[in-house]
Design a protein. Structure first.
Lengths: 114, 115
């Protein structure tokens, strides 16, 4: 069965520092992978997705993620953190079977301090 | 374009009481999902609709939960009776079609507290 593990429930970085949020997946078939962001009191918003095209995926707000099959990882990065990036980030895998059933990780809360 | 609209945003009830949540998806989106998000966890799928048909309700606790999507547009999720463990945020999401890899658009959620 497909699953997602996000390493680190809380990550804290300084403004301007590199952001690295880790995600490992388990899937018996080639996966579709997503990163969603949830700002306080808002719904989840898609940051980026991997759908078997380029392994380096660029998303909104300067975020990108690299699909590494050998490591079963899909880590999210941003070169320079902004205060507005403070939010909760969820990695998700889409279960095969012809439709978009998402399995979410537990989330990583990103704090950005001055 | 309006996003996914959910109501109420917050609901506090006593255990054994009924509660209902309403969702209006993005216009034209055929696929609708209800997710439950427990504190400190990621969302978990409860039910998925294609138009008015519930095509995946395998994770819906059918003894107390029910859902409907009449006419394939708005949807209602009901809990009767509510239990303490039902305290969570209930998220509605819609998708233009149910194809794998597509983007889900989420509402702001309905936060339920059961006392």
């Amino acid at each position: 069965a497909q699953s997602v593990t996000q390493l680190g429930s809380h990550v804290s970085v300084s403004e301007g520092a590199l952001v690295l949020l880790r995600c490992n997946y388990s899937s018996s078939v080639p996966p579709y992978l997503f990163w969603y962001v949830q700002y306080p009191n808002q719904g989840l918003q898609l940051l980026l997705k991997y759908t078997s095209a380029a392994t380096l995926v660029k998303g909104i707000n300067g975020f990108e993620a690299e699909f590494k099959k050998s490591e079963t990882s899909f880590h999210l990065t941003k070169p320079s953190a902004h205060m507005r990036d403070a939010a909760e980030y969820f990695c998700a895998v889409s279960v095969s079977g012809g439709y978009n059933k998402l399995i979410f990780g537990a989330g990583t809360r990103l704090a950005v301090h001055p | 374009e309006a996003g996914v609209v959910q109501s109420p945003r917050y609901k506090i009830i006593e255990k054994k009481q009924p509660v209902a949540f309403w969702c209006n998806p993005i216009s034209g989106h055929n696929t609708l999902y209800w997710y439950r998000q427990n504190l400190g966890q990621g969302p978990e799928l409860l039910i998925r609709y294609e138009n008015e048909e519930a095509v995946d309700d395998s994770q819906l606790p059918k003894d107390r939960f029910s859902a409907e999507r009449l006419k394939g547009v708005d949807s209602t999720l009901k809990i009767q009776p509510a239990e303490l463990g039902d305290s969570a945020v209930y998220l509605c999401a819609s998708q233009a079609s149910g194809g794998i890899g597509g983007e889900l658009f989420f509402g702001e959620g309905s936060r339920l507290t059961v006392l």
